[in-house]
Write a protein that binds this ligand. Structure first.
Ligand SMILES: Nc1ncnc2c1ncn2[C@@H]1O[C@H](COP(=O)(O)OP(=O)(O)O)[C@@H](O)[C@H]1O
Ligand SMILES: O=C(CO)[C@@H](O)[C@H](O)COP(=O)(O)O
Length: 458
């Protein structure tokens, strides 16, 4: 039997659950597993639990693992009754039904940006609680505790649930707490009054575990605090000042680790916290990797074939511009928007140009996010490009044409799960590990202003 110490990290993301088991000394992945989540913006958390069990089993189980930490999609509303039962399916970050509730909360609490660092949007948990209060009052009345996806999975893994409903043992971390809409990043604590304003009554919220602290142990298995997925990726990548992470998963996100909190009154930049004790100003779009899923399906090609088509077209796709608001949009805040294709002429309307317009459109949304971060004081020396769609060579090539700073593509990997594994090692040893992240591609800067100019024009 090996004498090396193994730690696990989980990413319970929108589309799937990923588990990595790594060498605590080096961070090298020893085993991994993955299982799909159901589609839709409303999901029974039991499906995440089942997927987690499957992914852990595929990763060879936890018998020889010393610590585990769970990262996950942010904001999802998991409401529990006094018996620890889930009251209704979770509303996910990309469910836009609470758009009006977000506007209502912003109007009722004029100093909400000072108090939470962010203008509320439909993604945030607080707006989902307000929607519940207004639309399902019987369910709202039963809410005894509110948790996030990573909080609930950690609690279940620690042996709690309807069979052992100790709501006071729920835990979270400051990165995920900061996305609820009722947490104050400056005071480093919940704003309980905002929670009550949202839900209509008081409720238990998970204890916020510090970055180096353990969330508990079961037998010999130590639990790290867990994190929101974007903060997890920042940890997994070891992002430092000057690094701006661009993640192209179900969501598109642009974020950086900063020493000071941000408060963008325009609502473009969310003033989140990171998972190391610092801050994580972040811009999120609703339309990212699935834009490419959709256009690949439309063209009847694989992702790689879509990339090949796109690279056969010229930058700017002969004027064809896809504004990819397939699921409404969060940034800009247009929850009811739909996608539009501009600039169709007989010459521009080709498969190659459509493939390129899809990649350019999703990247232009993210480049606008970079502009907003910069306007809020973030320095960008390079882009770290991650997430499912970053694995596509055409995406990184075109990213080097859309962003005006160098793009670095780390070795393909599950960086949210890797960040959770960092937390596991940190909780186990008391020391934050400094694992090396190899780079897989560094396309030369090839900035083509025409792409963003055309997009801005529509
Ligand atoms: N080579 C590729 N090109 C484009 N998109 C891809 C590629 N590989 C995976 N994807 C897409 O990436 C998405 C999954 O990315 P991931 O970061 O795991 O998402 P999430 O964390 O939101 O669940 C899926 O929509 C998938 O189709
Ligand atoms: O809402 C946000 C960030 O504010 C999203 O980034 C979610 O956290 C979901 O992430 P993915 O599952 O798409 O990676």
């Amino acid at each position: 039997m090996s004498d090396r110490t193994l730690v696990a990290g989980v990413d319970s993301s929108t589309q799937s659950c990923k588990v990595v088991i790594v060498d605590a000394e080096t961070g090298a992945v020893v085993r991994s597993g993955r299982a799909s989540h159901p589609a839709g913006t409303e999901v029974d958390p039991q499906a995440w639990w089942d997927a987690l069990q499957d992914a852990i089993a595929e990763a060879g189980g936890l018998d020889d693992v010393a610590a585990i930490s769970v990262g996950g999609q942010q904001h999802g509303m998991v409401v529990l009754d006094a018996g620890g039962r889930v009251i209704r399916p979770a509303l996910l970050w990309n469910d836009t039904r609470s758009a009006q509730a977000a506007r209502d909360l912003a109007a009722e609490v004029p100093d909400i940006v000072e108090r939470t660092g962010s203008v509320p949007v439909a993604s945030f948990t607080s707006t989902k609680l307000r929607w519940l209060r207004d639309n399902e009052p019987e369910n709202a009345a039963r809410v005894a505790a509110v948790a996030l996806p990573h909080d609930w999975l950690t609690w279940r893994l620690r042996g709690f649930g309807p069979e052992n409903p100790r709501l006071d043992t729920l835990t979270t971390d400051r990165s995920d707490a900061s996305g609820t809409g009722y947490w104050n990043p400056t005071l480093n604590d919940y704003d309980y009054e905002l929670l009550t304003i949202a839900l209509g009554h008081e409720a238990i919220v998970p204890r916020v575990v510090a970055p180096s602290e353990s969330a508990g142990a079961v037998g010999n298995l130590v639990f790290g605090p867990g994190a929101g997925d974007n903060a997890g990726a920042a940890l997994g990548l070891g992002a430092v000042a000057g690094d701006v992470v661009v993640s192209i998963g179900t969501s598109g996100t642009v974020f950086a680790v900063t020493e000071t909190p941000s408060r963008d009154a325009s609502g473009t930049v969310a003033g989140f916290a990171d998972a190391s004790g610092l801050y994580l100003p972040l811009v999120a779009t609703l339309n990212a990797a699935r834009v490419l899923d959709s256009i690949s399906a439309l063209l009847g090609v694989t992702h790689n074939e879509l990339g090949e088509l796109a690279l056969r077209a010229q930058p700017g796709a002969e004027g064809l511009v896809l504004q990819p608001y397939f699921e409404g949009e969060r940034t800009p805040n247009l929850p009811d928007a739909t996608a539009t294709l501009f600039g169709m002429t007989l010459a521009s309307t080709s498969r190659e140009n459509l493939a390129r317009a899809a990649i350019e459109g999703l990247l232009c949304g993210l480049a606008a996010g970079l502009d907003a971060l910069r306007a809020n004081g973030v320095t960008a020396s390079r882009i770290l490009l991650v997430g499912g769609a970053a694995q596509n060579p055409a995406v990184s090539t075109i990213a080097a044409q859309v962003f005006d700073v160098p793009v670095v593509v780390p070795q393909p990997g599950e960086y949210v799960a890797a960040g959770a594994a960092v937390q596991s090692a940190w909780a186990l040893t008391g020391q934050r590990p400094a694992w090396v992240v190899p780079v897989s591609a560094e396309p030369a800067v090839d900035y083509r202003p025409i792409i963003r100019e055309q997009y801005a024009a529509v």
